[in-house]
Design a binder for this molecule. Structure first.
Ligand code: PHE
Length: 448
């Protein structure tokens, strides 16, 4: 299927790459910590509903736009536009997504750098270098700079090699490795004292909390971030899929993998917290809620690993390597958005574009690191709370209101002749036209 612009060589290639983009720090860190701070299983339930009812249809919109356009986000959206106003609108939406991907990479690279440093820390301890180990886990500008540079370099290396040799090949290597690590860690943690209490907290929903506005908002934001929506990434990945593939089932498989891995990560992290508690580590904040976010990942879990003695060093390496790998298969998709745009719209050579844009984004990360207190949170809010929902909503508007209905239906049918008899065919077009944009807009406005 690979034409001159490249493409995935097989359906497995797309599934691994798209699931690789979707499964990242959002699943392994974000989902369990959000679950912890939103009352456990009630959040999980709401997340599952929103992921399938809102995020999946929006995800389908993006991959269908890409496959129809067979081009980067801007060009693909412009192909569906009929007049100059629509073309300009297409530019704003497509380019907005590209910028959003770059902004996300600028903070994601910093966080992924921390993960590499935390993977190296137990290694330093193993070889007896305690000073190095302490430096690796202490927050400093130098450490952040070095490890963000390392992570961004890995991302540039993979993207510069192209779709098949870079994205597909590395996703196919890294995703099974990540899943294996995750399963081994879950298997181990569940044998420890306190794990069953954690399972209970994770899987037993407190239904009274399920419609709390904060919970619903967090679950929707989490679902959109996790499926990489509103960033041009799924449009460009969709554009590398062959016309003979069944998009409805491909999209469903990727969503299912994404949701399942988030769920599995919860099976690791929440029980691990209760195991830590059984070892005497504090896991509740003053207000009685479970500790979450960075405290959970960088304080609670490391205390747990430490309390395990020698084996804890290997568990720590496994855990932070898992985080790093998950982050890498996501970051490559973030860089592919802007790179594909530069290659196809400005005729830049891929390698050059990967290096220039990668370095540009890294320099922006350096600015964030130098003004950490004021910029880090701001960039996250701008890109994930505003950028992603707005662009994702506008993609649905494009599919529902601007794309000609016949050519939309033809695109769904391509590779899937029998789709006309199914539920998706009857529901999805009108759903994407009305329900998705309205629901996203309502939730977004509410969050303001
Ligand atoms: N989906 C990724 C995660 O869960 C993050 C991501 C967002 C990737 C946007 C690409 C684009 O970590």
């Amino acid at each position: 299927m690979a034409g001159s612009r490249g493409g995935f060589s097989s359906r497995l290639g797309f599934i691994m790459a798209a699931a690789g983009s979707a499964v990242g720090l959002g699943n392994i860190w974000g989902f369990p910590t959000q679950t912890a701070s939103n009352g456990g299983a009630a959040f999980v339930l709401m997340y599952l509903v929103l992921a399938f009812c809102l995020a999946y249809p929006a995800f389908m919109a993006e991959i269908l736009i890409g496959r129809y356009g067979q081009a980067n986000a801007v060009t693909a959206l412009q192909k569906m536009s009929k007049n100059i106003f629509q073309k300009r609108f297409a530019f704003v939406v497509g380019f907005g997504g590209v910028i959003c991907a770059g902004l996300i990479l600028s903070f994601y690279g910093i966080v992924a750098g921390w993960m590499i440093a935390h993977t190296a820390e137990p290694v330093a301890k193993l070889i007896g270098s305690d000073d190095a180990a302490n430096w690796l886990v202490a927050f400093s500008f130098e450490r952040n700079l070095i490890f963000t540079a390392l992570f961004v370099s890995l991302t540039i290396f993979i993207i510069s090699r192209g779709v098949e040799e870079g994205i597909e090949k590395w996703s196919k290597r890294l995703m099974p490795l990540m899943l294996t690590l995750l399963l081994i860690l879950i298997g181990y943690v569940l044998t420890l004292d306190g794990a069953s209490e954690g399972l209970e907290a994770y899987l037993n929903p407190d239904f009274s909390r399920i419609f709390e506005p904060d919970l619903v908002l967090s679950a929707l934001g989490q679902a959109f971030f996790s499926l990489s929506l509103g960033t041009s990434v799924m449009i460009i990945y969709g554009s590398y899929i062959s016309k003979s593939e069944n998009m409805v089932s491909l999209g469903a498989q990727v969503t299912l993998i994404d949701v399942s891995i988030a769920f599995l990560a919860g099976l690791l992290i929440i029980p691990a917290m209760y195991v830590a508690q059984a070892q005497g580590v504090e896991i509740f904040a003053a207000d009685g809620s479970l500790l979450s976010e960075d405290t959970l990942v960088f304080t609670v879990l490391p205390s747990l690993f430490e309390s395990m003695g020698g084996v804890g060093l290997f568990v720590a390496i496994g855990f932070f390597a898992l985080m790093t790998i998950a982050a890498l298969t996501s970051s490559i998709s973030m860089l592919e958005g802007p790179v594909s745009y530069a290659v196809e719209r400005h005729n830049m050579e891929r390698k050059k574009a990967s290096i220039f844009i990668g370095i540009g984004i890294f320099l922006f990360s350096v600015i964030i690191m130098s003004n950490f207190e004021s910029l880090f949170g701001l960039v996250i809010t701008l890109s994930t709370k505003y950028g992603q929902p707005i662009v994702a909503m506008l993609c649905c508007v494009f599919v529902g209101w601007i794309w000609q209905r016949n050519s939309l239906l033809e695109e769904i049918k391509s590779g899937n002749e029998s789709v006309e008899d199914g539920f998706f065919w009857k529901i999805w077009p009108v759903y994407t036209k009305v329900v998705c944009p309205t629901a996203i807009a309502m939730v977004f406005l509410h969050s303001l």
